[in-house]
Design a binder for this molecule. Structure first.
Ligand SMILES: *Cc1c(COP(=O)(O)O)cnc(C)c1O
Length: 371
């Protein structure tokens, strides 16, 4: 019954790309389209930005292959590289660039017969996140092993990732940049060094010295702030000059009278303090809307904010329209994505990050592209 819609504004997407070009005119852009482009539809986003941006970044080999199969021509980088079960020959067959972050990957390349200079790689330095990448004291030996591999194209690109770029007062980011630069300076033959890339959305917006050759916007590309939104920071991506790409919406199924003192929904967790009118809305956790949302979280109906009441169910939620409301079945309901209702705010109400809120939208919510 749900008619949940993920509406995607192509012009907002293009606006955000232009913001990054102005913020960092000397850098190339790697648009991150992993996790189905944060639920914005990987194939459509990549088709729109193909040869507009300089690279695409994905998390899995399958995502890269799919982009090639639909005809994407820009360079594509596997941010986590190929996995144990992947065949590195597919990287060459589909013209995919890979991050190299661990010894198992180097060994697999050594054991695979690939033609000379056939593979573009990004050597990943663990500059302090301690997730993927070579530790600073290991880097020179492993970098040399990559240099010695015939199949690896030279120069070799260098990539790293920040753990805390969203913490504006943290010394960690400066420490990571210093570690990155120490590695760069430690390479005797500088002609072996290709492009440098460190900054994702947080680095792009808060740490200009990290921009380097290639910036990697993910969440900010979609017009959402990477910084947490809370009582002490109410800045959204709009305050940073970005435009929200997604509007998440549905419609009213029916409007009903509700009497003072009556409770409603599963568990009857909300009780009306006055006679009122309720909207039954076609949206639930089966579409990806969080079930555990704070009481009184608003939705937008006919240009005003009205509260969700009771428990969000799989396919429906209830909204208190107020006693004098004139809203009717079929009217549009917006859950996030307009200026009054940024996704950052709903994330704060849900106890989740905006990243999680976006990526957990389900297949039942249908993508639609406008302007
Ligand atoms: C996901 C990811 C990004 C994008 O991160 P945002 O915070 O969404 O901008 C960039 N680089 C790497 C390596 C990633 O995994």
């Amino acid at each position: 019954m749900s008619i949940a819609t993920i509406e995607i504004s192509i012009s907002a997407l293009q606006h955000n790309v232009n913001v990054f070009r102005k913020l960092s005119p000397a850098s190339q852009i790697m648009a991150i389209v992993k996790a189905n482009a944060y639920s914005h539809g990987k194939n459509a986003i990549a088709s729109t930005l193909d040869r507009v941006v300089d690279y695409f970044g994905v998390a899995r080999l399958e995502e890269g292959i799919e982009l090639r199969k639909i005809g994407i021509e820009s360079p594509i980088v596997l941010l986590e590289g190929f996995f144990r079960h992947d065949d590195p020959r597919q990287l060459v067959d589909y013209n995919l660039q890979t991050v190299i972050h661990c010894i198992e990957q180097i060994e697999k390349l050594q054991a695979t017969d690939l033609s000379a200079n056939s593979l573009d790689v990004w050597f990943k330095l663990d500059s302090g996140m301690h997730r993927l990448g070579f530790r600073p004291e290991q880097t020179n030996a492993y970098f040399q092993q990559l240099v010695d591999l015939d199949c690896v194209k030279k120069p070799i690109n260098i990539i790293s990732h920040f753990s805390s770029a969203d913490e504006l007062n943290s010394a960690q980011t400066l420490h990571q940049i210093a570690t990155f630069d120490a590695f760069i300076n430690s390479i005797a033959d500088q002609s072996l060094l290709g492009k440098q890339s460190i900054a994702a959305s947080g680095g792009i917006l808060a740490w200009p010295m990290s921009h380097r050759d290639v910036i990697r916007p993910g969440i900010a590309l979609y017009g959402v702030s990477p910084f947490s939104y809370n009582e002490s920071n109410k800045a959204t991506a709009a305050d940073l000059g970005l435009k929200s790409v997604m509007t998440f919406k549905s419609e009213i199924i029916t409007v009903r009278e509700h009497k003072k003192g009556e409770s409603l929904g599963y568990g009857l967790i909300w009780q009306a303090e006055r006679d009122t009118r309720l909207a039954v809305v076609a949206m639930g956790y089966g579409d990806g809307y969080p079930r555990d949302i704070l009481a009184n979280t608003p939705v937008s109906i006919n240009h005003r904010l009205v509260p969700i009441v009771g428990r969000v169910a799989m396919d429906m939620m209830l909204v208190d329209l107020g006693p004098t409301a004139t809203d009717k079945a079929g009217d549009e309901v917006i859950f996030w994505g307009n200026d009054a209702l940024p996704v950052e705010k709903i994330a704060d109400h849900s106890g989740m990050s905006a990243y999680e809120l976006l990526t957990r939208l389900t297949e039942r919510a249908k993508l639609r592209y406008v302007d």
